[in-house]
Design a protein around this ligand. Structure first.
Ligand SMILES: [Zn+2]
Length: 198
């Protein structure tokens, strides 16, 4: 009986560790694409997740010279929502992202998780200022959403939805700077006239 229990726990821990590693690997690929260099995403995993109380969604450390670390640590809840993104976007309620009114809690959490991965990837790219990172992040949300399974039109809608519904609710540190407009100094693609994507 005990042996069966021990085996069961071992299988569960092993399965969880495998799931965890494959999620980290998938998210690291997305972050590296945005950061323009090989970086990694670290999710807390099952055991660490139990004591992870949460806070800002994710973090990247910078050294005294303003150089970012190669890893971002994401919170359990964000990792969970990113892991579920593919399933969440298939739900009928997800079409709400095409509008500019608040969606269900589940959908808003999925949109926010995409933003967090996009934002931390901007820090990994070397952007230290929270406001600038946030401005670049809203411009790369669509790319992140696409990499997580959204078709292009839906990915653009996720970005526009975040900008309209969620950005105004962000703490002031994350308020968009003056140059954060189409054709502004923080526009990643000034040639394009679409915003925030392109
Ligand atoms: Zn930040």
């Amino acid at each position: 009986m005990l042996a069966v229990l021990v085996l069961l726990v071992a299988v569960l821990v092993g399965w969880e560790a495998h799931r965890e590693l494959s999620l980290d690997h998938r998210l690291s690929g997305v972050a590296s694409e945005i950061a323009g260099r090989p970086v990694s995403v670290d999710c807390p995993g099952f055991l660490r997740g139990l004591i992870d109380l949460g806070g800002s969604g994710g973090s990247v450390m910078f050294d005294a010279n303003g150089k970012p670390s190669n890893t971002t640590h994401l919170e359990t809840s964000v990792c969970h929502d990113l892991s579920d993104y593919g399933a969440t976007r298939k739900r009928a309620e997800f079409s709400c992202v095409f509008g500019t009114t608040p969606c269900s809690d589940r959908v808003e959490r999925a949109v926010y998780a995409v933003l967090v991965l996009s934002h931390e990837s901007q820090h990994l790219r070397g952007v230290q200022s929270e406001a600038d990172a946030q401005c670049y992040a809203i411009q790369t949300v669509a790319r992140v959403a696409e990499r997580l399974g959204s078709p292009p039109a839906e990915a653009r809608a996720v970005a526009a939805h975040f900008l309209a519904v969620d950005e105004p609710l962000m703490p002031t540190d994350y308020s968009l700077p003056d140059g954060c407009v189409d054709g502004g100094s923080l526009d990643l693609d000034p040639q394009s006239s679409s915003w925030p994507t392109g």
